[in-house]
Design a protein around this ligand. Structure first.
Ligand code: SF4
Length: 96
């Protein structure tokens, strides 16, 4: 995939973070990291059919795998509570 597709996905993530009315998280400001993750998600889409998380492994069971389509419900996960980041550090918690 090309830079254009990566940029498009990054823009979607920026918009998603910007929609959060409770203002609790944002996209990781490390754009190199974000672009690597976008590439991983797009690779997964090409190889596995859906935009799966680049940091986790699909099981082949739809009910489980649907939970790791990006963006996932990362704010419900322990990693978010402990580290203030999603599994891949794509989204990070705002410091209050
Ligand atoms: S952990 Fe982060 S990168 Fe992975 S699916 Fe969830 S939001 Fe996306």
């Amino acid at each position: 995939m090309g830079k254009e597709e990566i940029d498009k996905l990054v823009k979607i993530w920026q918009d998603f973070a910007g929609l959060q009315t409770d203002d609790k998280f944002f996209l990781n400001p490390d754009m190199k990291r974000v672009e690597q993750l976008a590439k991983g998600v797009l690779d997964n889409e090409e190889n596995h059919g859906l935009k799966f998380c680049p940091c986790r492994i699909t099981t082949g069971r739809f009910d489980d795998d649907i939970k790791i389509i990006c963006p996932c419900n990362f704010r419900m996960q322990k990693t978010w509570q402990d580290k203030g980041e999603c599994w891949c550090s794509l989204f990070v918690k705002k410091k209050s």
